[in-house]
Design a protein. Structure first.
Length: 102
């Protein structure tokens, strides 16, 4: 993997819409507490992006909600190792939005 790029939801949407090359995978992060987001906005696996890791956690301490866990960290490590032949890994987090399907 040559590039790991963190981006906003909007930037990721533009990248997916405009990207004409093959060779990228994605990690999509949303807040566990934002159930209204789930199934409203999603990126779909395609020939250009054959693998997507979906993670849900809140930006909180362990005892205050759904915190990032060791399992989440291990999922990311496994995902990167499994997909190291792809050129680019895109990582995005959700922002406030009005229903959008990508």
């Amino acid at each position: 993997m040559k590039d790991i790029i963190a981006m906003s939801l909007e930037s990721c949407f533009r990248f997916v819409r405009d990207h004409n090359n093959t060779g990228y995978v994605m990690i999509s992060i949303d807040s566990e507490s934002s159930e209204e987001h789930q199934n409203v906005v999603s990126f779909n696996r395609t020939e250009r992006c054959p693998e997507i890791l979906y993670l849900w956690f809140d930006d909180v301490e362990e005892d205050n909600g759904c915190a990032f866990t060791d399992d989440d960290a291990n999922d990311i490590i496994d995902f990167v190792k499994k997909n190291e032949e792809y050129d680019t890994l895109k990582v995005h987090c959700f922002e406030e939005f009005q229903g959008l399907r990508l």
